[in-house]
Write a protein that binds this ligand. Structure first.
Ligand code: NG1
Length: 461
């Protein structure tokens, strides 16, 4: 069978099944498009993207497919083959009001709103879509971005709109903030720009990528802790709090180092490339208490700005305003230490991966996990146990992947050893933490796959 570029046989078959459902609700001659967008696993560079600092993920061989046909109603009609996600219908308007927090279709709205904002002057056609995904939800593999990306590119196809992939990635990264997470652009970038058998070294502001071939003897074991990292509730608050903490650390460092206009840690690193993470952490420690009150009063004093201005700049307004827990101080030093040392690890990791030095890559991944657990405080008891069980099975390195607070881990292994690592995870983790569940669907060797693409199903029928 002739497969369209970037699609495998299972995906094409899945798209055709979804198309049957879409055809039932549109006219016989309607053009049908199918978009696929992969999830991702991040090898290293965690919680660095929203500071504008580099990451090193791979697009994985698990994808979300959206099959779309134009309708005549100027509405978006959405259904999902998984009954856990109820059907939705909403009008295309200049400002689409979001559903209640946590509604899955807010990711669809985010994508549509992003395209509307980007192509402001256009009259856009509505569409009916059916979604079918093999990216497990809430497990740190970015099912959300796979949905946002596949929706955005199918909506563009329906409306005859085109962008360079790098521009699409920038557009979608911005648009996903619609759901209220103040994320960076890693997930959308790798979902769109991913390359088969390659990891992507991604830099931001402006977005650019370098593909790094995965060494042939490397295997990636990805295991789901089954601890739900629900990005719509508590985890979102934790995530957004860290965005604020990192931005505060950046502003304080900027002031201490006489730099103008610093908003994120990347601004500092780019302005002073010769200062090491250790140097910068030392400067920060000299310029600010390690922790600051969440009402931002003390922070405003340290920065010499008004509390109101700082509040507006850091927390925003309206539906995407960040609410800080008034009873917990903001951690400044620890968070910055993680982000700055992680940046050094990512840059080294790109080099050692390219050179095929897997042992060193594994050590960097272990150091990343330790820093995420101790300084960024986004690991959990269960993620630590899962990482440990992978290491005991002989993984060269293992770490939580994605935002943390639950979700998945990634373990780097010598390919012949992947089976032993999986066995150790089954015995050391799943038997204890998910007794009775069969672990077959919870862990796998995943491969670096191609980025998103859209096809005309009438041509590929
Ligand atoms: P996940 O694992 O999908 O929640 C989130 C952010 C990323 C990045 C990582 C942490 C979104 C869509 N994704 O990923 O941008 O910041 O956390 O490295 O917000």
């Amino acid at each position: 069978m002739n497969l369209p570029d970037g699609w495998d046989a299972e995906e094409l078959a899945r798209a055709k099944r979804l198309a049957v459902q879409v055809r039932a609700s549109v006219s016989d001659d309607a053009q049908i498009f199918a978009a696929r967008a992969p999830g991702r696993v991040n090898l290293i560079g965690e919680h660095t993207d929203y500071s504008g600092l580099p990451v090193l993920p791979v697009a994985i061989d698990r994808s979300t497919i959206v099959v779309a046909a134009a309708n005549t109603t100027r509405e978006i009609e959405v259904s999902n083959v998984d009954p856990a996600w109820p059907s939705r219908r909403f009008a295309i308007e200049r400002q689409i009001p979001p559903y209640a927090t946590g509604d899955w279709a807010n990711y669809v709205k985010a994508a549509i709103q992003g395209v509307i904002d980007h192509f402001a002057a256009r009259q856009l056609r509505g569409m009916s879509i059916v979604v079918g995904s093999t990216v497990p939800p809430a497990s740190g593999l970015s099912s959300s971005s796979a949905l946002t990306v596949s929706t955005a590119i199918s909506f563009m196809a329906i409306n005859g709109l085109e962008l360079e992939p790098i521009e699409t990635a920038t557009m979608v990264a911005r648009s996903e903030r619609y759901v209220g997470t103040h994320g960076g652009g890693m997930d959308q970038a790798v979902s769109i720009l991913g390359r088969r058998d390659h990891a992507l070294f991604i830099e931001f502001d402006p977005l650019r990528v370098r593909a790094i071939k995965m060494p042939a003897n490397a295997a990636l074991v990805v295991a789901d802790s089954q601890e739900v990292a629900d990005k719509s509730g508590k985890v979102r608050a934790e995530y957004n709090r860290r965005v604020v903490e990192c931005s505060l650390a950046a502003r304080i460092l900027g002031r201490a180092l006489d730099l103008d206009g610093v908003k994120i840690l990347g601004d500092v690193v780019r302005a002073l490339p010769n200062l090491s993470a250790a140097n910068l952490v030392e400067k920060l420690a000299g310029a600010s208490p390690q922790r600051l009150d969440p009402d931002l009063k003390e922070a405003a004093n340290v920065l010499g700005v008004s509390q109101m201005k700082l509040d507006a700049e850091l927390l925003g307004h309206d539906s995407t305003r960040i609410e800080l827990d008034p009873n917990r101080p903001l951690e400044i030093l620890k968070r910055a230490r993680h982000v700055l040392t992680e940046t050094e690890r990512v840059i080294r990791a790109a080099g050692v991966l390219e050179a095929g030095r897997l042992d060193e890559m594994g050590k960097l991944m272990n150091a990343s996990h330790a820093s995420l657990a101790q300084d960024f405080q986004c690991s959990t008891h269960r993620l630590d146990a899962l990482v440990e069980s992978a290491r005991r099975g002989g993984a060269l390195g293992a770490r939580l992947t994605g935002a943390g607070f639950g979700g998945s881990i990634v373990a780097l292994c010598d390919a012949p050893n992947a089976g032993a690592v999986i066995e150790s995870i089954d015995r050391g983790y799943y038997e204890k933490f998910t007794p009775g569940a069969s672990p077959e669907n919870l862990r796998a060797v995943l491969h670096a796959g191609p980025g998103a693409s859209v096809i005309d199903l009438s041509v590929n029928a």
